[in-house]
Write a protein that binds this ligand. Sequence first.
Ligand SMILES: [Fe+2]
Length: 368
Amino acid sequence: MTTITKLESKVKELSKLLEALKELNAAIDLQDIFQGILNQMVMIAEAKEATLWVLEKEKNRIVAKASCGVSAESLPLPTLTVGEGIIGNVINTGKTDVVENAEQGMGEYKAMLTVPLKAKGQTLGAIQLVNKKDRSAFDDRDVKLAVTLAEQSGLALHNSQMYDELYKMFLSMIRMLAEALDARDPLTKGHSERVARYAWLIGKRMKLDPQVCFELYQAAILHDIGKIGIEDRILRKTTGLTDSEYELMKKHTEIGARILSAIKPNRFFQKSIDTALLHHERMDGSGYPNKLKGEEIPLFARIVGVADAFDAMTTVRTYSEGMSVQEAAAELIRCKGSLFDSEIVDTFIEILDDCSYDLQAFPTEDAV
Ligand SMILES: [Fe+2]
């Protein structure tokens, strides 16, 4: 190879690498990132297939998260136990493994290049390339490229795992807060969680973006958080509220909005703030606190309004026996358009139809 061709090939490699990195930065979703990494790697190393493996320590397994080439057709992607095979070994040792191009008989060749995905001194996974298109072995150039790209990928994986952990922690804190609130009154136990689940199911059925559904879940679980500021003598009263007590109870909407406004940065909570404030607004303007009408009420507040009313009707409270699911559904339908958003009620009724009005059979998949 002349110096110029070497140089040309180097420039080509680098520009491909740059492209791969750009793709890394552009992709937000981790699955897209993985797929982008593999696509670029297969292209650069001219491999036939590649698989990206992620170590899931707490589950004691290594899971294939993305694949490219032949194995991409053999879905679902496989799972290994920790330490199993070449992948397990590369993850354990943190060292690259190259298997020469060995003839497997019947003219079949198998060459493998396995590089660890590392970040902050820990191995988080591995990328394995299998077979070069020209049937040659993986050479030093391939190893160098794979290692460079794996370094960047390891960092992206690390960041996303950190983000995931933070998000889970954040969500469990929100849940804890809602549970603490519900625990103050034994009769409302689980109310926030159920309302959040109903709201989330409605959002999903309305085909809202998954990210928007998470925000909706978050807003719904916090909708009554302002009740923290309502005195026990009102919150836990077993008989009906007097007019002045009811006025005080209504304040939970404003208190909730105020509490959530204190969380920074604000923009992550704007919809939760609006939902806490406006989930008792009604389509005909008869709600509170701002007497908003129709679409003046934000979508999340309209959805939570339906979910909240349904849960209140179907659970036993001190002042009511609790309706059957069918009775509550009939009540939602009766108040369609006047109190509740028609489209949202219709969507919720569809969900109830799907589980044959059996709340136990309600889809239990987790929102997050
Ligand atoms: Fe409320």
